[in-house]
Write a protein that binds this ligand. Structure first.
Ligand SMILES: [Zn+2]
Length: 79
């Protein structure tokens, strides 16, 4: 009963993020998705943030995020 009286509060930011998610875009910047939730840049940032938080030592070098990283580096070297 109390729920019916309460007004749902959603910030503009939260609303925008929900719209991006529904449209299949990165919820931070709105670019096309690379991983489940983020574009490539933000997926890398999320990975590094979690690695630091969890204290990871090994890197799964053959995963998409790392192989894509290499391809971009190679393209930059060629130019
Ligand atoms: Zn992004």
């Amino acid at each position: 009963m109390a729920n019916q009286k309460k007004k749902k509060v959603t910030s503009h930011q939260w609303k925008w993020q929900q719209e991006q998610e529904a449209a299949g875009k990165c919820r931070i910047c709105g670019r096309p998705l690379f991983s489940k939730n983020y574009c490539f840049d933000h997926a890398v940032r999320a990975r590094e943030r979690q690695r630091e938080k969890l204290g990871c030592v090994r890197r799964n070098v053959n995963t998409a995020l790392y192989t894509q990283d290499k391809q971009e580096n190679n393209e930059q070297e060629e130019k």
